[in-house]
Design a protein around this ligand. Sequence first.
Ligand SMILES: [Zn+2]
Ligand SMILES: [Zn+2]
Length: 135
Amino acid sequence: MLKGSCLCGAVRFVAEGPLKLMACCHCVQCRKASGAEFASNATVKACGFQLLAGESALKEYESSPGNFRVFCHECGSPLYARSASHPAYVRLRLGCLDTEFDERPLCHIFVSEKPNWSKVSDDLPTFDTVPEKTG
Ligand SMILES: [Zn+2]
Ligand SMILES: [Zn+2]
């Protein structure tokens, strides 16, 4: 079982592994939402995702139609994203996980949106946008 929480600790959740489609996302939205060079995201089944605390601290931002980025409104931590068109899954922001896991990133996505100061420094496959069913 994976455990996660936000920076201030108001929001706590558990999610069932395995982590699927783990990727480093360089898209502008993920960069701005995380404040980081890229975001590390992976998909889990929504039915295995359970909020333990902090439901009232959650806020959603609809960053593109039907796609909601969910974060803690107290501390701003990005937690997960959900899509109205794929309600069976949530896409975790892996930086908020407190437990370690064995899955590793499969690829870099949206490298076409990477700024010039950022460099992919591993041998994973890179995609200008997104391969089928990763996001
Ligand atoms: Zn928080
Ligand atoms: Zn992204």
